[in-house]
Design a protein around this ligand. Sequence first.
Ligand code: ZN
Length: 403
Amino acid sequence: MSEPLLSEPLLPEPLLPEPLLPEPLTGVLSGVLSGDERALARAATLVENGGGAAESLLRALMPHMGRALILGVTGPPGAGKSTLCDAMIQHLRQEGKSVAVIAVDPSSPFSGGAILGDRIRMQRHSGDTGVFIRSMATRGAHGGVARATADLAKLFDAAGRDVVIIETVGVGQSEVEIARLAQVTILVLVPGAGDDVQAMKSGVLEAADVFAINKADQPGAEKLDRELQAQMHLAGRERSIVKTVASEGKGVPELLRAARECRHEVRGVSVDRGARVDHLGIAVRSIAEALKFYEGQLGLRVTLRETVDAEKVHAAMLPVGNSRIELLEASTPDSVIAKFIAKRGEGLHHVAIAVPDLDAAVERLKSAGARLLNEPRIGAGGHVYVFIHPASTGGVLLELIQS
Ligand code: ZN
């Protein structure tokens, strides 16, 4: 027999578990996850500054990302974006949703504008822990603002905010780019006021997923509506156009509905930002026996063990990067895992994908004719999940989880 080809350990370095966070960061991390506002403010500063600590923190938060609706709000000055954002916040709070706002002013060397808007809103929502506002002014670092905005949105998403609003001050090129970091970009326009649709840079119109015609009680709203429709028709695009009077809250529920529908339809479920492989379920006869390999030889570590009575399984979770391996052992002889092993032997039992909006995914799959094995229910780790029959997936049992 010749020498084995690999004398080095088989496990490449990146597959080893991530090192634990440095001590001061674990406090911030747990604070962020438990909804502590001061921890969130500290984390936001860290993330804005970037660097290694920010990266470690965001990596540790990654499993908690992908749930928030991230809205970009952009439009020319005077369109009433701040008032509209305010009205949206108010409506969302009435719905019981928590909100984070990132007010961005990348074009101005001064932070005055963003901070001013911030203060007004701060007062209005002060004492409401359901609204977290952060303003971002340029610090002369080009591209840095976009990076920091994207990272802040991820942070607020992971912190459990239901909706993250990225509001830009104007509608310049860099501002449009920042608004496009969102899942759904709302372009706010007003009748008259010189922002003739034809004159608008095409990039600005293209960035919009939803149009809000604000101050729609003013003359020219219908004309603007027709112009936008004509433009969209020419470009072969379908976009919702919603008329609002932000100062009175009019049209705000409709605008939010359009944004939510747009997120489902345009982005889809499978391509939705935040969908990721959550874990691979492996059926084993004995978890203890399997761990001799997974822990003892491969070097992974069990972070969670539990018994899921509904599925009659013992489960052990071993993180691998941002995913996990889930070892499954039958807890009773009539468990599906026992049956699976009897029929096919030990091996890959299912692949689990976490999606930001499970209800939307289920709706979509049902209407597309996929074979679902159950209605969404609560399983391991308190996650809501559904199983999709291997007949629909190319032979692998697929589990979809609400991330
Ligand atoms: Zn699973």
